[in-house]
Design a protein around this ligand. Structure first.
Ligand SMILES: [Zn+2]
Length: 256
């Protein structure tokens, strides 16, 4: 019910590292080096680390036999009585780094299958931070995660597309550029107020993992408005930030 401070910190760091592209095996090695053992004395491995990071309980959600428990009336996840380690956005983001077959929610209680490292490590700036702004048929907001896919044009070699409804897509370079602009121009972004950090980012020497850590500390996520068919100019305002300091609850989602 209450968090073990050291363990919670380890799990949070592992999740942020994974979102930033760290290999699960490297996280397991870190834990071994720190002398972490399971309740029965076992050494952490890629499988156990994956199970811990992708378990819904890390963000306060309850699950049973691989199914998230939902409140029947609202279809919102049922929250447990325990303290969450990360916000739901980050749990979704870490789950999105594994192929669907290995997701906790799809695999049930059986052994997880680990996806290949190459395929799963995010390679793009906005991966894990974009949520769908399309309307569902019932009028509610979709809020599905947008995932990077190969694009078809020179200007957009990759695009972020909603996995849930498929009705919201945005050019990869456009979304990454919009996100970067937000971090550099908005006073709310907080972390980027450090001049040294700005310069490091701009110098091109900053690793994606480090950038993701900065984004995660400033933003809950960005809501992407569906584009207008046939519009050829880039509209940066389609990417709307949900700043962490502004309260940070995603509209249509129960704050934890
Ligand atoms: Zn959607």
């Amino acid at each position: 019910m209450t968090l073990h401070p050291d363990e919670a910190q380890l799990v949070e760091r592992a999740i942020l590292g994974r979102i930033g592209g760290k290999a699960v095996r490297a996280i397991a090695r870190d834990w071994c080096d720190l002398g972490v053992t399971g309740t029965r004395g076992g050494r952490p491995n890629a499988q156990t680390v994956t199970q811990i990071m992708t378990a819904p309980r890390v963000c306060g959600y309850r699950a049973n036999r691989g199914e998230l428990l939902l409140v029947p009336e609202t279809r919102q996840p049922v929250l447990g009585q325990w303290e969450p380690i990360v916000p739901p956005e980050q749990w979704h983001a870490v789950c999105a780094t594994f192929s669907p077959g290995s997701l906790y929610l799809h695999r049930g209680t059986g052994a997880p299958r680990l996806a290949g490292k190459k395929k799963t490590a995010p390679r793009h700036l906005a991966t894990g931070f974009l949520r769908c702004g399309a309307e569902r048929r019932d009028g509610g907001a979709c809020r599905g995660a947008l995932c990077a896919q190969k694009g078809r044009s020179k200007q957009s070699p990759y695009v972020y597309t909603c996995r849930s409804c498929g009705r919201c897509s945005i050019s990869g370079p456009l979304a990454d550029e919009a996100l970067e602009r937000l971090l550099f121009s908005e006073p709310q972004s907080g972390m980027m107020s450090s001049e040294a950090e700005r310069q490091h980012w701009r110098s091109g020497g900053m690793r994606l993992e480090e950038k993701h850590r900065i984004i995660a500390s400033a933003l809950v996520c960005c809501i992407v408005r569906p584009g207008v068919k046939g519009a050829h100019s880039w509209d940066h305002s389609r990417v709307e930030p949900m700043w962490r300091c502004a309260g940070g609850a995603v509209p249509g989602e129960t704050p934890v």
